[in-house]
Write a protein that binds this ligand. Sequence first.
Ligand code: MTE
Ligand code: MO
Length: 525
Amino acid sequence: MASPDTLSPPTRPSPLPVLGFWRPAAAGVAAALAGLGLAELTAAWIAPGASPVLSVGALVIDIVPAGVKELVIGLFGTADKIVLIVTIILVLIVIAALAGVLESRRPPYGRVLVVLIGAIALFAALSRSSASTFDAVPAVVAMGVSAIALTFLTTRLPLGVSAAVESDGPDRRRFLVYTGATAGVGLLALIGGQLKAAATRAADTARALFTLPAASVPAAAIPAGASFDVAGITPLITPNADFYRIDTALSVPRIDPNTWRLKITGMVENEVELNFAELLALPLEESTTTLACVSNYVGGDLIGNATWLGYPIRELLARAKPTSGADMVLSTSQDGFTASTPIEALTDERNAILAVGMNGEPLPLEHGYPVRMVVPGLYGYVSATKWVVELKLTRFDQEQGYWTPRGWSERGPVKLSSRIDVPRAGSSVPAGPVVIAGVAWSQHVGVSAVAVQIDDGPWQDATLADAISVDTWRQWAFTWTDATAGQHSVRVRATDSDGLVQTSVSADVAPDGATGLHEVSVTVS
Ligand SMILES: Nc1nc2c(c(=O)[nH]1)N[C@H]1C(S)=C(S)[C@@H](COP(=O)(O)O)O[C@H]1N2
Ligand SMILES: [Mo]
């Protein structure tokens, strides 16, 4: 007679769970997929250069010895990059499975592994030469999401299951639903990120292939005497790569020029619509204009000067025929930013343009590609709408630009100012003649004089370089012949063509631009 104990099946799972392998491994892979997918999606939107997979790939290319590289290229030819990406993904899957198993048996070592891998991705993203702080975000998302998903899946799900329930039952269903949902979110995010990245690449390629039409009206030649040969002075024309960038865009809008359209709406007799090809076919004009940000403090560098190519806005407004009450053009960017520009500034003789070119190149993406506004004499926040898609004729008493309800003036003419570029603040210079130099601007009026003051001495006239136009900054220089040893302060002051002298009264940048005199202290030795 057999003992009943040995015949009857166990009535409940053994108190010591059988340590599963496949479920924790699958949970690890699902968690990694969720983290990676959301990280790639984040990268595609806010940091296109910082895709975790691609930046790790770039890191591998950098550190792999030349011999291995040649071997891989020899074996796979032009498919070498795909092989690299597939390898990275396979390695990641293995590590993720390992992290799942580790986390289910020896928490928190699975999470520790996830964080380590995330740290490698973070290092890879930030070690690129053009990395910015935003580039840290995708790797941090990957790390955070994977670690949280891993913890959730390994602590809440029946992973340590006995053979009896392995094949079926509610446990299995629960496991499949949660793990599947986690992996599904990751997969969807990954696909979304790839679609966004493809759109970005398409826009970048379109920009790279686009050649600017020639100007019908070329910019006035820059006089030979417009720049001084002084080391350290601001270049007269700011190279695109050095041009300051200010906008509210978390991710730079990528506009397909083939779908770009400008609408002129609001208080007009005729609504006007224009596409990119139509704009390029118009007689484009070139002009050199200094662009300044209202947030530029005295002596600051949120100002640049470029030769822009574009079409006069006044001509387009003339087509639309604004009705009599309109006094403002509210320009809107594709990303929703708006600027309120007085209608006079767009219809008088100044070079207010819809710009497509900057220093001989299509507008850089960050500077408004394919089309932006440039209006001489007004701060950027009330005039220089990048990625512009609509000009609405309206009234200041009816609508406001983006920054006005946020504490900035509805109108923002650029204030008369000047800056000392050399010697730099806090620097030491040898005794003897010292060249002091910089730039001064009084947009749309023009600078007529610049003077320099050393310590409490008299104001002495600096030499002005030739002007390009009243809408551009002007270089100035002064030779301080009797610089004596010790600590000195140097101040600069400009006078505009109307005779207005730059005020020494300091005002903050808000609400309508800083005032005061730029002063640097230098040590003469
Ligand atoms: N679409 C859009 N355009 C914008 C802005 C913005 O936030 N979004 N900022 C404005 C501000 S405040 C300035 S100073 C200029 C700066 O232009 P830049 O980045 O080309 O130097 O763009 C203007 N145009
Ligand atoms: Mo600005």
